[in-house]
Design a protein around this ligand. Structure first.
Ligand code: PRX
Length: 571
Protein backbone atom coordinates (compact mmCIF):
# COMPACT_ATOMS: atom_id res chain seq x y z
CA UNK A 1 0.00 0.00 0.00
CA UNK A 2 1.26 3.46 -0.84
CA UNK A 3 2.05 5.57 2.14
CA UNK A 4 -0.42 8.38 2.45
CA UNK A 5 1.08 11.83 1.98
CA UNK A 6 -0.82 14.98 2.74
CA UNK A 7 0.47 17.92 0.73
CA UNK A 8 0.88 21.44 2.04
CA UNK A 9 -2.43 23.24 2.24
CA UNK A 10 -2.61 25.92 -0.42
CA UNK A 11 -2.76 29.47 0.93
CA UNK A 12 -2.92 28.23 4.48
CA UNK A 13 0.67 28.05 5.58
CA UNK A 14 3.66 30.21 6.18
CA UNK A 15 5.72 30.30 3.06
CA UNK A 16 9.01 29.36 4.63
CA UNK A 17 10.41 26.40 2.83
CA UNK A 18 11.61 23.71 5.22
CA UNK A 19 14.71 22.63 3.32
CA UNK A 20 15.81 26.18 2.54
CA UNK A 21 15.37 27.24 6.12
CA UNK A 22 17.39 24.30 7.40
CA UNK A 23 20.30 25.38 5.26
CA UNK A 24 20.43 28.96 6.47
CA UNK A 25 18.99 28.72 9.96
CA UNK A 26 21.12 29.72 12.92
CA UNK A 27 20.17 30.03 16.56
CA UNK A 28 22.23 33.20 16.74
CA UNK A 29 19.91 34.87 14.23
CA UNK A 30 17.00 34.06 16.53
CA UNK A 31 18.57 36.18 19.29
CA UNK A 32 17.82 39.33 17.30
CA UNK A 33 14.20 39.03 18.38
CA UNK A 34 15.05 39.78 22.00
CA UNK A 35 15.74 43.09 23.64
CA UNK A 36 18.54 41.57 25.75
CA UNK A 37 20.51 41.10 22.57
CA UNK A 38 21.15 44.85 22.82
CA UNK A 39 20.50 45.75 26.45
CA UNK A 40 22.05 42.70 28.07
CA UNK A 41 19.09 42.60 30.46
CA UNK A 42 17.64 39.11 30.50
CA UNK A 43 14.41 37.78 31.96
CA UNK A 44 11.88 35.63 30.12
CA UNK A 45 9.09 37.41 32.03
CA UNK A 46 10.15 40.66 30.44
CA UNK A 47 10.11 39.26 26.91
CA UNK A 48 6.83 37.39 27.31
CA UNK A 49 4.94 40.01 29.24
CA UNK A 50 6.37 43.40 30.23
CA UNK A 51 7.64 44.13 26.74
CA UNK A 52 4.04 43.98 25.45
CA UNK A 53 2.69 45.92 28.42
CA UNK A 54 5.16 48.73 27.66
CA UNK A 55 3.96 48.91 24.07
CA UNK A 56 1.00 51.32 23.89
CA UNK A 57 -0.44 49.34 21.00
CA UNK A 58 -0.38 46.03 22.85
CA UNK A 59 -0.94 47.02 26.46
CA UNK A 60 -4.71 46.70 26.28
CA UNK A 61 -4.79 43.59 24.13
CA UNK A 62 -6.23 40.55 25.89
CA UNK A 63 -3.33 38.31 26.89
CA UNK A 64 -5.31 35.71 28.81
CA UNK A 65 -8.83 34.70 27.98
CA UNK A 66 -9.78 32.64 30.98
CA UNK A 67 -12.92 30.59 31.45
CA UNK A 68 -14.27 27.85 33.68
CA UNK A 69 -17.90 26.98 34.43
CA UNK A 70 -18.11 29.72 37.12
CA UNK A 71 -15.86 32.41 35.82
CA UNK A 72 -14.88 34.20 32.67
CA UNK A 73 -12.16 36.81 32.67
CA UNK A 74 -10.15 38.77 30.17
CA UNK A 75 -6.75 39.87 31.36
CA UNK A 76 -4.75 42.33 29.24
CA UNK A 77 -0.97 42.36 28.93
CA UNK A 78 -1.02 45.54 31.03
CA UNK A 79 -3.12 43.93 33.78
CA UNK A 80 -1.06 40.77 33.87
CA UNK A 81 2.14 42.81 34.10
CA UNK A 82 0.71 44.77 37.05
CA UNK A 83 -0.62 41.71 38.86
CA UNK A 84 2.64 39.83 38.46
CA UNK A 85 4.58 42.90 39.65
CA UNK A 86 2.43 42.88 42.77
CA UNK A 87 3.10 39.23 43.36
CA UNK A 88 6.83 39.74 42.85
CA UNK A 89 6.64 42.36 45.63
CA UNK A 90 4.78 39.93 47.89
CA UNK A 91 7.50 37.33 47.35
CA UNK A 92 10.22 39.88 48.08
CA UNK A 93 8.46 40.91 51.27
CA UNK A 94 8.81 37.31 52.42
CA UNK A 95 12.45 37.16 51.48
CA UNK A 96 12.25 35.16 48.27
CA UNK A 97 15.45 35.61 46.29
CA UNK A 98 17.01 34.66 43.02
CA UNK A 99 17.41 30.89 42.73
CA UNK A 100 14.84 30.03 45.42
CA UNK A 101 12.26 27.43 44.42
CA UNK A 102 8.67 28.61 44.54
CA UNK A 103 6.04 26.00 43.70
CA UNK A 104 2.51 26.37 42.42
CA UNK A 105 -0.07 23.73 43.22
CA UNK A 106 -3.41 24.95 42.02
CA UNK A 107 -5.78 24.81 39.07
CA UNK A 108 -5.33 27.15 36.14
CA UNK A 109 -6.70 30.62 36.93
CA UNK A 110 -5.69 34.24 36.29
CA UNK A 111 -4.02 34.16 39.73
CA UNK A 112 -1.89 31.21 38.68
CA UNK A 113 -0.41 33.13 35.76
CA UNK A 114 0.14 36.32 37.79
CA UNK A 115 1.96 34.31 40.45
CA UNK A 116 3.96 32.38 37.88
CA UNK A 117 5.34 35.55 36.32
CA UNK A 118 5.86 37.10 39.75
CA UNK A 119 8.16 34.20 40.59
CA UNK A 120 10.19 34.70 37.41
CA UNK A 121 10.40 38.43 37.98
CA UNK A 122 12.28 37.99 41.25
CA UNK A 123 14.64 35.51 39.56
CA UNK A 124 13.23 32.55 41.46
CA UNK A 125 12.62 29.12 39.94
CA UNK A 126 8.97 28.21 39.34
CA UNK A 127 7.78 24.67 40.00
CA UNK A 128 4.25 24.06 38.73
CA UNK A 129 2.55 20.93 40.07
CA UNK A 130 -0.37 19.18 38.41
CA UNK A 131 -3.48 19.92 40.45
CA UNK A 132 -4.50 16.23 40.57
CA UNK A 133 -1.43 15.26 42.61
CA UNK A 134 -2.13 13.77 46.00
CA UNK A 135 0.00 13.85 49.13
CA UNK A 136 2.79 11.48 48.12
CA UNK A 137 3.36 13.17 44.76
CA UNK A 138 3.38 16.61 46.38
CA UNK A 139 5.73 15.49 49.16
CA UNK A 140 8.29 13.95 46.78
CA UNK A 141 8.52 17.07 44.65
CA UNK A 142 8.58 19.68 47.41
CA UNK A 143 11.13 17.70 49.40
CA UNK A 144 13.48 17.11 46.51
CA UNK A 145 13.38 20.73 45.33
CA UNK A 146 13.56 22.11 48.90
CA UNK A 147 10.86 24.58 47.93
CA UNK A 148 10.75 27.70 50.10
CA UNK A 149 7.26 28.91 49.19
CA UNK A 150 4.17 27.14 47.89
CA UNK A 151 1.18 28.81 46.29
CA UNK A 152 -1.97 26.75 46.57
CA UNK A 153 -5.70 26.91 47.24
CA UNK A 154 -7.38 26.15 50.58
CA UNK A 155 -9.06 23.11 48.94
CA UNK A 156 -5.74 21.50 48.10
CA UNK A 157 -4.02 22.26 51.40
CA UNK A 158 -4.88 18.86 52.88
CA UNK A 159 -2.58 17.24 50.30
CA UNK A 160 0.44 19.24 51.46
CA UNK A 161 2.27 17.27 54.19
CA UNK A 162 3.69 20.32 55.92
CA UNK A 163 5.29 18.36 58.76
CA UNK A 164 7.54 16.61 56.21
CA UNK A 165 8.69 19.81 54.54
CA UNK A 166 11.22 21.57 56.76
CA UNK A 167 12.35 23.94 53.97
CA UNK A 168 8.90 25.24 53.24
CA UNK A 169 8.70 28.64 54.93
CA UNK A 170 5.46 30.09 53.60
CA UNK A 171 2.25 28.92 51.99
CA UNK A 172 0.32 31.45 49.93
CA UNK A 173 -3.40 30.66 49.95
CA UNK A 174 -5.47 31.77 46.99
CA UNK A 175 -9.13 31.90 48.04
CA UNK A 176 -11.17 32.18 51.22
CA UNK A 177 -9.81 30.30 54.23
CA UNK A 178 -9.66 30.25 58.02
CA UNK A 179 -5.99 29.53 58.50
CA UNK A 180 -4.35 31.83 61.02
CA UNK A 181 -0.85 30.41 61.58
CA UNK A 182 2.05 32.75 60.77
CA UNK A 183 3.35 30.82 57.83
CA UNK A 184 0.16 31.31 55.81
CA UNK A 185 -0.01 34.25 53.46
CA UNK A 186 -3.38 35.44 52.22
CA UNK A 187 -3.09 36.10 48.48
CA UNK A 188 -5.97 38.56 48.17
CA UNK A 189 -4.98 40.62 51.19
CA UNK A 190 -1.32 40.84 50.23
CA UNK A 191 -2.10 41.70 46.63
CA UNK A 192 -4.43 44.50 47.73
CA UNK A 193 -1.60 46.17 49.61
CA UNK A 194 1.19 45.48 47.13
CA UNK A 195 2.52 48.07 44.70
CA UNK A 196 2.07 47.32 41.02
CA UNK A 197 5.58 48.52 40.26
CA UNK A 198 8.59 46.33 40.84
CA UNK A 199 12.22 45.99 39.89
CA UNK A 200 12.73 43.16 37.45
CA UNK A 201 15.54 40.86 38.58
CA UNK A 202 17.84 40.71 35.56
CA UNK A 203 19.39 37.30 35.25
CA UNK A 204 21.84 35.41 33.12
CA UNK A 205 20.60 33.38 30.15
CA UNK A 206 21.85 30.30 31.96
CA UNK A 207 20.04 31.07 35.22
CA UNK A 208 17.22 28.76 36.29
CA UNK A 209 13.57 29.56 35.67
CA UNK A 210 11.65 26.30 35.84
CA UNK A 211 11.66 22.89 37.49
CA UNK A 212 9.37 20.26 35.96
CA UNK A 213 9.26 16.94 37.72
CA UNK A 214 8.95 13.96 35.45
CA UNK A 215 9.13 10.19 35.67
CA UNK A 216 11.69 7.66 34.55
CA UNK A 217 11.50 3.89 34.89
CA UNK A 218 13.40 3.84 38.16
CA UNK A 219 13.47 6.01 41.24
CA UNK A 220 11.39 8.94 42.34
CA UNK A 221 10.35 11.64 39.88
CA UNK A 222 13.26 13.84 38.91
CA UNK A 223 13.48 17.61 38.68
CA UNK A 224 14.18 18.69 35.13
CA UNK A 225 15.87 22.09 35.34
CA UNK A 226 15.33 24.69 32.63
CA UNK A 227 16.97 28.08 32.17
CA UNK A 228 15.92 31.43 30.67
CA UNK A 229 17.88 30.68 27.49
CA UNK A 230 15.02 28.32 26.50
CA UNK A 231 13.09 31.38 25.34
CA UNK A 232 15.12 31.38 22.13
CA UNK A 233 13.58 28.06 21.14
CA UNK A 234 10.13 28.88 22.50
CA UNK A 235 10.15 31.90 20.26
CA UNK A 236 11.55 30.08 17.24
CA UNK A 237 9.05 27.22 17.43
CA UNK A 238 6.24 29.72 18.06
CA UNK A 239 7.10 31.13 14.67
CA UNK A 240 8.03 28.02 12.67
CA UNK A 241 5.80 25.35 14.14
CA UNK A 242 2.91 27.14 15.82
CA UNK A 243 2.87 29.60 12.93
CA UNK A 244 1.72 32.34 15.31
CA UNK A 245 0.65 35.71 14.00
CA UNK A 246 -0.13 38.78 16.05
CA UNK A 247 -3.91 38.54 15.49
CA UNK A 248 -4.17 34.88 16.47
CA UNK A 249 -6.31 33.45 19.23
CA UNK A 250 -4.34 30.49 20.48
CA UNK A 251 -5.43 27.57 22.65
CA UNK A 252 -3.09 25.04 24.21
CA UNK A 253 -5.06 22.47 26.17
CA UNK A 254 -2.23 21.26 28.43
CA UNK A 255 -2.03 21.96 32.16
CA UNK A 256 1.03 23.99 33.22
CA UNK A 257 1.91 21.12 35.58
CA UNK A 258 3.25 19.44 32.43
CA UNK A 259 5.90 20.98 30.20
CA UNK A 260 3.55 21.57 27.26
CA UNK A 261 1.48 23.81 29.53
CA UNK A 262 4.47 26.07 30.22
CA UNK A 263 6.56 26.03 27.02
CA UNK A 264 3.48 26.23 24.81
CA UNK A 265 0.74 27.25 27.24
CA UNK A 266 2.70 30.29 28.46
CA UNK A 267 6.00 31.11 26.79
CA UNK A 268 5.65 30.56 23.05
CA UNK A 269 2.28 32.33 22.70
CA UNK A 270 3.19 35.26 24.91
CA UNK A 271 6.67 35.72 23.45
CA UNK A 272 4.67 36.30 20.27
CA UNK A 273 2.12 38.52 22.00
CA UNK A 274 -0.96 36.53 20.98
CA UNK A 275 -4.21 36.14 22.90
CA UNK A 276 -4.08 32.92 24.87
CA UNK A 277 -7.21 30.93 25.76
CA UNK A 278 -6.92 29.17 29.12
CA UNK A 279 -9.45 26.58 30.26
CA UNK A 280 -9.14 24.08 33.03
CA UNK A 281 -10.39 20.57 33.53
CA UNK A 282 -11.15 17.63 31.29
CA UNK A 283 -13.73 18.30 28.66
CA UNK A 284 -16.51 16.62 26.74
CA UNK A 285 -16.41 16.88 22.94
CA UNK A 286 -18.99 19.68 23.17
CA UNK A 287 -16.67 21.61 25.50
CA UNK A 288 -13.77 21.23 23.07
CA UNK A 289 -15.72 22.34 20.05
CA UNK A 290 -17.61 24.95 22.05
CA UNK A 291 -14.35 26.57 23.19
CA UNK A 292 -12.96 26.65 19.65
CA UNK A 293 -16.19 28.25 18.41
CA UNK A 294 -16.88 30.69 21.28
CA UNK A 295 -13.42 32.22 21.37
CA UNK A 296 -12.79 31.92 17.62
CA UNK A 297 -9.60 30.01 18.21
CA UNK A 298 -7.26 30.12 15.20
CA UNK A 299 -4.33 27.99 16.41
CA UNK A 300 -4.91 24.90 18.53
CA UNK A 301 -2.34 22.70 20.27
CA UNK A 302 -3.74 19.52 21.77
CA UNK A 303 -3.10 15.81 22.33
CA UNK A 304 -3.98 12.53 20.59
CA UNK A 305 -6.12 11.40 23.52
CA UNK A 306 -8.38 14.42 23.10
CA UNK A 307 -8.50 14.01 19.35
CA UNK A 308 -9.39 10.32 19.64
CA UNK A 309 -12.31 11.28 21.90
CA UNK A 310 -13.51 13.69 19.24
CA UNK A 311 -13.23 10.97 16.61
CA UNK A 312 -15.38 8.62 18.68
CA UNK A 313 -17.94 11.35 19.27
CA UNK A 314 -18.59 11.34 15.53
CA UNK A 315 -18.99 13.95 12.86
CA UNK A 316 -22.48 15.13 13.81
CA UNK A 317 -21.09 16.93 16.87
CA UNK A 318 -18.63 18.88 14.74
CA UNK A 319 -21.42 20.14 12.53
CA UNK A 320 -23.09 21.93 15.45
CA UNK A 321 -20.19 24.36 15.72
CA UNK A 322 -18.68 27.08 13.60
CA UNK A 323 -15.00 26.25 13.45
CA UNK A 324 -14.20 28.51 10.52
CA UNK A 325 -11.69 30.54 12.57
CA UNK A 326 -9.44 27.50 13.03
CA UNK A 327 -6.35 27.70 10.83
CA UNK A 328 -3.73 25.41 12.35
CA UNK A 329 -3.83 22.31 14.58
CA UNK A 330 -0.94 20.56 16.34
CA UNK A 331 -0.63 17.51 18.54
CA UNK A 332 1.90 16.25 21.08
CA UNK A 333 2.55 13.75 23.82
CA UNK A 334 1.72 10.37 22.30
CA UNK A 335 1.73 8.73 18.91
CA UNK A 336 -0.79 10.46 16.68
CA UNK A 337 -2.73 7.73 14.90
CA UNK A 338 -2.82 8.08 11.09
CA UNK A 339 -6.62 7.59 11.22
CA UNK A 340 -6.92 10.68 13.39
CA UNK A 341 -4.97 12.72 10.88
CA UNK A 342 -7.21 11.48 8.09
CA UNK A 343 -10.30 12.24 10.17
CA UNK A 344 -8.96 15.75 10.83
CA UNK A 345 -8.93 16.43 7.11
CA UNK A 346 -12.61 15.55 6.93
CA UNK A 347 -13.84 17.09 10.17
CA UNK A 348 -11.86 20.35 10.11
CA UNK A 349 -10.61 20.44 6.55
CA UNK A 350 -7.21 20.91 8.18
CA UNK A 351 -4.07 18.89 8.60
CA UNK A 352 -3.12 17.90 12.14
CA UNK A 353 0.58 18.55 12.69
CA UNK A 354 2.32 16.12 15.01
CA UNK A 355 5.20 17.38 17.14
CA UNK A 356 7.67 15.37 19.21
CA UNK A 357 9.62 16.49 22.24
CA UNK A 358 9.97 15.81 25.98
CA UNK A 359 10.05 17.48 29.37
CA UNK A 360 13.83 17.24 29.18
CA UNK A 361 14.07 18.90 25.76
CA UNK A 362 12.12 21.99 26.85
CA UNK A 363 10.70 22.63 23.39
CA UNK A 364 9.73 20.92 20.16
CA UNK A 365 12.46 19.07 18.25
CA UNK A 366 10.83 16.88 15.62
CA UNK A 367 7.94 18.55 13.93
CA UNK A 368 5.59 18.91 11.02
CA UNK A 369 5.74 22.54 10.02
CA UNK A 370 3.02 24.05 7.85
CA UNK A 371 5.22 24.12 4.76
CA UNK A 372 5.97 20.38 4.92
CA UNK A 373 4.16 17.46 3.39
CA UNK A 374 2.63 15.39 6.20
CA UNK A 375 3.00 11.62 6.34
CA UNK A 376 0.32 10.41 8.74
CA UNK A 377 1.89 8.37 11.52
CA UNK A 378 5.23 10.17 11.30
CA UNK A 379 6.38 12.71 13.89
CA UNK A 380 7.89 14.78 11.11
CA UNK A 381 11.43 16.07 10.65
CA UNK A 382 13.91 17.82 12.93
CA UNK A 383 13.27 21.49 13.46
CA UNK A 384 15.72 23.76 11.62
CA UNK A 385 18.74 24.08 13.91
CA UNK A 386 18.25 20.57 15.30
CA UNK A 387 20.24 17.48 14.41
CA UNK A 388 18.38 14.25 15.12
CA UNK A 389 19.47 10.69 14.38
CA UNK A 390 18.78 7.07 15.08
CA UNK A 391 21.75 5.59 16.91
CA UNK A 392 22.74 2.24 18.34
CA UNK A 393 23.71 1.77 21.98
CA UNK A 394 27.31 2.75 21.23
CA UNK A 395 26.34 6.07 19.67
CA UNK A 396 26.77 5.05 16.01
CA UNK A 397 24.26 6.43 13.53
CA UNK A 398 22.07 3.83 11.89
CA UNK A 399 21.00 3.89 8.23
CA UNK A 400 17.42 4.75 7.14
CA UNK A 401 14.59 2.40 8.08
CA UNK A 402 16.54 0.80 10.90
CA UNK A 403 15.07 1.01 14.35
CA UNK A 404 17.17 2.36 17.20
CA UNK A 405 17.51 5.07 19.84
CA UNK A 406 16.04 8.41 18.88
CA UNK A 407 18.83 10.85 19.72
CA UNK A 408 19.49 14.57 19.39
CA UNK A 409 22.87 16.29 19.03
CA UNK A 410 23.48 18.03 22.33
CA UNK A 411 23.29 21.80 22.59
CA UNK A 412 19.91 23.12 21.48
CA UNK A 413 18.76 26.28 23.34
CA UNK A 414 15.95 24.81 25.47
CA UNK A 415 17.71 21.63 26.59
CA UNK A 416 17.50 20.89 30.32
CA UNK A 417 20.64 22.03 32.07
CA UNK A 418 20.52 19.65 35.01
CA UNK A 419 18.51 17.06 36.86
CA UNK A 420 17.99 18.69 40.20
CA UNK A 421 20.60 17.52 42.72
CA UNK A 422 21.30 14.47 40.58
CA UNK A 423 24.30 15.00 38.24
CA UNK A 424 24.80 11.31 37.52
CA UNK A 425 21.21 10.99 36.34
CA UNK A 426 21.78 13.95 34.06
CA UNK A 427 24.96 12.43 32.63
CA UNK A 428 23.19 9.17 31.96
CA UNK A 429 21.13 10.85 29.22
CA UNK A 430 24.14 11.41 26.97
CA UNK A 431 26.46 9.27 24.89
CA UNK A 432 29.15 10.74 22.65
CA UNK A 433 27.50 14.13 22.48
CA UNK A 434 24.05 12.73 21.76
CA UNK A 435 21.06 13.19 24.04
CA UNK A 436 19.35 9.78 24.11
CA UNK A 437 15.61 10.16 24.43
CA UNK A 438 14.59 6.70 25.61
CA UNK A 439 12.24 6.44 22.61
CA UNK A 440 12.83 4.03 19.78
CA UNK A 441 12.16 5.21 16.25
CA UNK A 442 13.38 4.96 12.70
CA UNK A 443 14.00 7.51 10.00
CA UNK A 444 12.81 6.93 6.43
CA UNK A 445 14.79 7.75 3.28
CA UNK A 446 13.25 11.20 3.11
CA UNK A 447 14.22 12.12 6.66
CA UNK A 448 10.81 11.62 8.32
CA UNK A 449 10.96 10.11 11.82
CA UNK A 450 8.57 7.35 12.91
CA UNK A 451 7.96 6.67 16.60
CA UNK A 452 8.05 3.01 17.66
CA UNK A 453 7.79 2.97 21.46
CA UNK A 454 9.59 3.57 24.72
CA UNK A 455 12.78 1.64 25.37
CA UNK A 456 12.32 1.81 29.11
CA UNK A 457 9.30 1.04 31.29
CA UNK A 458 7.91 4.58 31.36
CA UNK A 459 4.15 4.60 30.87
CA UNK A 460 2.28 7.10 28.71
CA UNK A 461 -1.39 7.16 29.70
CA UNK A 462 -3.53 9.75 27.93
CA UNK A 463 -0.34 11.66 27.18
CA UNK A 464 0.65 11.78 30.84
CA UNK A 465 3.99 10.30 31.78
CA UNK A 466 3.97 7.91 34.71
CA UNK A 467 6.91 6.11 36.29
CA UNK A 468 6.13 2.51 37.29
CA UNK A 469 8.37 2.78 40.34
CA UNK A 470 6.25 5.56 41.85
CA UNK A 471 3.10 3.50 41.47
CA UNK A 472 4.75 0.33 42.77
CA UNK A 473 6.08 2.19 45.81
CA UNK A 474 2.62 3.47 46.63
CA UNK A 475 1.01 0.06 46.10
CA UNK A 476 3.28 -1.68 48.59
CA UNK A 477 2.39 0.90 51.23
CA UNK A 478 -1.06 -0.66 51.27
CA UNK A 479 -1.21 -3.18 54.15
CA UNK A 480 -2.51 -5.96 51.89
CA UNK A 481 0.17 -5.64 49.20
CA UNK A 482 3.44 -7.52 49.49
CA UNK A 483 4.99 -6.88 46.08
CA UNK A 484 3.97 -4.97 42.97
CA UNK A 485 5.01 -4.73 39.32
CA UNK A 486 3.45 -2.07 37.12
CA UNK A 487 3.26 -1.87 33.33
CA UNK A 488 1.58 0.16 30.60
CA UNK A 489 -1.01 -1.89 28.70
CA UNK A 490 -2.05 -0.72 25.23
CA UNK A 491 -5.49 0.89 25.12
CA UNK A 492 -7.28 2.21 22.02
CA UNK A 493 -8.28 5.61 23.43
CA UNK A 494 -5.79 6.33 26.20
CA UNK A 495 -2.68 5.02 24.44
CA UNK A 496 -1.83 2.97 27.50
CA UNK A 497 -3.51 2.23 30.79
CA UNK A 498 -1.74 1.30 33.99
CA UNK A 499 -1.89 -2.35 34.95
CA UNK A 500 -0.53 -3.53 38.28
CA UNK A 501 0.40 -7.05 39.26
CA UNK A 502 0.52 -7.60 43.01
CA UNK A 503 1.08 -10.31 45.56
CA UNK A 504 -0.91 -10.23 48.77
CA UNK A 505 0.29 -10.45 52.33
CA UNK A 506 -0.85 -13.40 54.43
CA UNK A 507 -4.37 -13.11 55.69
CA UNK A 508 -5.73 -11.10 52.74
CA UNK A 509 -8.25 -12.53 50.28
CA UNK A 510 -8.33 -11.62 46.62
CA UNK A 511 -11.75 -9.94 46.47
CA UNK A 512 -13.18 -7.17 44.28
CA UNK A 513 -13.58 -5.00 47.38
CA UNK A 514 -9.93 -5.36 48.30
CA UNK A 515 -8.74 -4.57 44.77
CA UNK A 516 -10.95 -1.50 44.64
CA UNK A 517 -9.59 -0.40 48.00
CA UNK A 518 -6.02 -0.76 46.74
CA UNK A 519 -6.84 1.21 43.60
CA UNK A 520 -8.39 4.00 45.65
CA UNK A 521 -5.37 3.98 47.92
CA UNK A 522 -3.13 4.91 44.97
CA UNK A 523 -5.66 7.31 43.56
CA UNK A 524 -6.07 9.28 46.76
CA UNK A 525 -2.47 8.91 47.93
CA UNK A 526 -0.52 9.54 44.72
CA UNK A 527 -2.71 10.83 41.92
CA UNK A 528 -5.77 9.85 39.92
CA UNK A 529 -3.91 9.54 36.63
CA UNK A 530 -1.38 7.17 38.23
CA UNK A 531 -3.96 4.78 39.72
CA UNK A 532 -3.98 1.35 38.04
CA UNK A 533 -7.09 0.75 35.97
CA UNK A 534 -6.36 -2.97 36.16
CA UNK A 535 -5.07 -4.95 39.12
CA UNK A 536 -4.18 -8.61 39.04
CA UNK A 537 -3.18 -10.75 41.99
CA UNK A 538 -0.31 -13.18 41.37
CA UNK A 539 1.51 -15.76 43.47
CA UNK A 540 4.81 -14.06 42.79
CA UNK A 541 6.26 -11.16 40.83
CA UNK A 542 9.12 -12.04 38.45
CA UNK A 543 12.42 -10.51 39.53
CA UNK A 544 16.02 -10.64 38.45
CA UNK A 545 18.53 -12.26 40.75
CA UNK A 546 19.52 -8.79 41.88
CA UNK A 547 15.90 -8.16 42.88
CA UNK A 548 14.76 -5.88 40.04
CA UNK A 549 11.16 -6.33 38.96
CA UNK A 550 11.03 -7.75 35.43
CA UNK A 551 8.35 -5.51 34.01
CA UNK A 552 9.18 -6.58 30.47
CA UNK A 553 8.26 -10.14 31.35
CA UNK A 554 5.01 -9.06 32.98
CA UNK A 555 4.21 -7.15 29.83
CA UNK A 556 5.00 -10.07 27.55
CA UNK A 557 2.78 -12.32 29.63
CA UNK A 558 0.00 -9.79 29.57
CA UNK A 559 0.17 -9.33 25.81
CA UNK A 560 0.85 -12.98 25.04
CA UNK A 561 4.21 -12.16 23.44
CA UNK A 562 7.38 -14.23 23.42
CA UNK A 563 9.22 -13.69 26.70
CA UNK A 564 12.71 -13.35 25.24
CA UNK A 565 15.78 -13.77 27.40
CA UNK A 566 14.82 -14.77 30.93
CA UNK A 567 18.25 -15.99 32.00
CA UNK A 568 18.47 -13.40 34.75
CA UNK A 569 15.15 -14.48 36.24
CA UNK A 570 15.30 -15.41 39.90
CA UNK A 571 14.58 -19.06 40.70
O1 PRX B 1 7.59 8.73 24.44
C1 PRX B 1 7.54 10.05 23.95
C2 PRX B 1 6.15 10.64 24.14
O2 PRX B 1 6.17 11.34 25.34
C3 PRX B 1 7.47 11.25 25.95
C4 PRX B 1 7.79 12.53 26.66
O3 PRX B 1 6.84 12.74 27.66
P1 PRX B 1 6.83 14.09 28.48
O4 PRX B 1 8.19 14.36 28.99
O5 PRX B 1 5.75 13.99 29.47
O6 PRX B 1 6.52 15.21 27.42
C5 PRX B 1 5.34 15.18 26.69
C6 PRX B 1 5.10 16.42 25.89
C7 PRX B 1 6.27 17.20 25.44
C8 PRX B 1 8.40 10.96 24.80
O7 PRX B 1 9.60 10.37 25.25
N1 PRX B 1 5.84 11.55 23.03
C9 PRX B 1 5.90 12.90 23.01
N2 PRX B 1 5.51 13.38 21.81
C10 PRX B 1 5.23 12.32 21.04
C11 PRX B 1 5.45 11.15 21.81
N3 PRX B 1 5.28 9.92 21.30
C12 PRX B 1 4.87 9.82 20.03
N4 PRX B 1 4.63 10.88 19.23
C13 PRX B 1 4.80 12.15 19.69
N5 PRX B 1 4.56 13.20 18.89
Amino acid sequence: MDMQKIPVKEGNHNLKDYEKVRETFSWDDMKKHFSWNETGKVNIAYEALDRHAENPEKKDQVALLYSDPDREEKVTFGDLRDESNKFANVLRKYNVKKGDRVFLFMPRSPEFYAAFFGILKVGAIAGPLFEAFMEQAVRDRLQDSEAKVLITTPDLLYRVPQEDLPNLEKIVLVGKHNESADHYIDYQREMKDASNKTEMEWVDLEDGMLLHYTSGSTGKPKGVYHVHNAMIQHYATGEWVLDLREEDVYWCTADPGWVTGTSYGIFAPWLHGVTNVIRGGRFTPDDWYGTLDTYKVSVWYTAPTALRKLVSAGEDVVKKYDLSSLRHIMSVGEPLNPEVVTWGLKAFNLRIHDTWWMTETGAQLIVNIPSMEIRPGSMGKPLPGIEAAIIDNEGNELPPNQMGNLAIKKGWPSMMRAVWKNPSKYDSYFIHGWYVSGDSAYKDEDGYFWFQGRLDDVINTSGERVGPFEVESKLIEHPAVAEAGVIGKPHPERGEIIKAFITLNDGYQNTDELLEDIRLFVKTGLSAHAAPRELEVKDSIPKTRSGKIMRRLLKSWELGLPTGDTSTLEE
